[in-house]
Ligand binder design. Structure first.
Ligand SMILES: NC(=O)c1ccc[n+]([C@@H]2O[C@H](COP(=O)([O-])OP(=O)(O)OC[C@H]3O[C@@H](n4cnc5c(N)ncnc54)[C@H](O)[C@@H]3O)[C@@H](O)[C@H]2O)c1
Length: 308
């Protein structure tokens, strides 16, 4: 398996670290606008091999042309948030760049699965899809997977259970317009209220948990300037699901064609991830208010995409 990482910044480099130490890929190509930075990262990583017993994946820096033959390419290149800028404000700056990157990648790696990380991630995936070059199953927004990880951790702290036993998804868009459908959440197989009442715990404050999930990313960002560890871990999770042909269900952004009554929008919904990418979109019977929240999110995403 060959993986391309576009952008050797906070997220891209952390992702390389996950792939080198925990992954099972044969080769990684790191592409950065500033080539010296990519060369420096590669050189620094090369000395890790003396101390780690992970598979010695071949990491090298390269150009877009070197991404030829990549099975998965992760796009982290682009402007990062500055000060109090919102993710949506990055759109104008990053849309032109993403169009150019996707066109270039398609000339060299038309069969790759692209995973978008650059923000605003769902709208940029929509813009990339509209180039008409990659099919929807091979153009995935990493979107709300990291928000879902935050949800799992926050609930786990309330109930004293490992986050991996907290099931549920943040859906819709990555950011303030996301939605948390509690009707499809459970803790160890029990709906959250039943779990709490049977196990001597107070009921969860659902509204507060949702606010905490939304604020988690911003809080980290304001303290350290990015959220690279959790974001890179979520992208690594996607790559592992692809490389192992896992058929795992992850909440990811894909172009919708009628699912959940939505058309012509990239939104995060539960999808089955395999060696072929997002091979299937799962259907859930959401409560009317949960479905309405998803539709609100879609309107917001469509308005942003139309404005570019
Ligand atoms: N989806 C998410 O959950 C999530 C989370 C964190 C960050 N992000 C987004 O991911 C992007 C990267 O974040 P970061 O913290 O790594 O930023 P960063 O500024 O640390 O790194 C961005 C890198 O992209 C490179 N770059 C810019 N244009 C390029 C081009 N044309 N080709 C190749 N490389 C290019 C820059 O040189 C830089 O090294 C940002 O847009 C950020 O908002 C998304």
């Amino acid at each position: 398996m060959r993986v391309g990482v576009i952008g050797a910044g906070g997220v891209g480099v952390e992702l390389v670290n996950y792939l080198l130490t925990l992954g099972n890929v044969r080769e990684i190509v790191l592409v950065n606008r500033n080539k010296e930075k990519a060369l420096g990262e590669v050189a620094d990583f090369s000395y890790v091999e003396s101390f780690t017993y992970a598979r010695n994946t071949h990491l090298h820096s390269g150009s877009y042309a070197d991404c030829a033959g990549c099975d998965v390419i992760v796009i982290t290149a682009g402007a990062q948030l500055k000060g109090n800028q919102t993710r949506d404000e990055l759109l104008g700056e990053n849309a032109l760049l993403i169009r150019e990157i996707v066109r270039t990648l398609h000339t060299h790696a038309p069969h790759a699965i692209l995973v978008m990380v650059t923000n605003p991630v769902d709208v940029l995936t929509h813009i990339a899809y509209k180039e008409g070059l990659y099919p929807r199953e091979r153009l995935i927004s990493a979107g709300t997977l990291v928000d879902t990880a935050r949800f799992m951790k926050i609930v786990s702290q309330k109930v004293g259970i490992d986050p991996k036993n907290i099931n549920g998804y943040i859906l819709g868009e990555h950011g303030k317009g996301s939605t948390l459908p509690w009707s499809i959440c459970n803790i160890c197989g029990l709906d959250v209220d039943t779990f709490c009442s049977l196990n001597g715990l107070p009921p969860l404050d659902r509204a507060q948990i949702y606010r905490d999930v939304i604020n988690a990313g911003y809080e980290v960002f304001h303290k350290k300037g990015n959220t690279n560890h959790s974001t890179a871990a979520s992208v690594f999770r996607i790559i592992r699901a692809i490389t192992n042909d896992e058929h795992s269900v992850l909440p990811l952004g894909v172009y919708l064609e009628g699912e959940y009554g939505l058309h012509d929008v990239v939104l995060n919904v539960p999808v089955v991830i395999t060696r072929k990418g997002a091979s299937k979109i799962l259907n859930y019977k959401l409560l009317p208010e949960e479905l309405e929240a998803l539709h609100e999110s879609a309107k917001n995403m469509q308005a942003m995409a139309a404005g570019v």
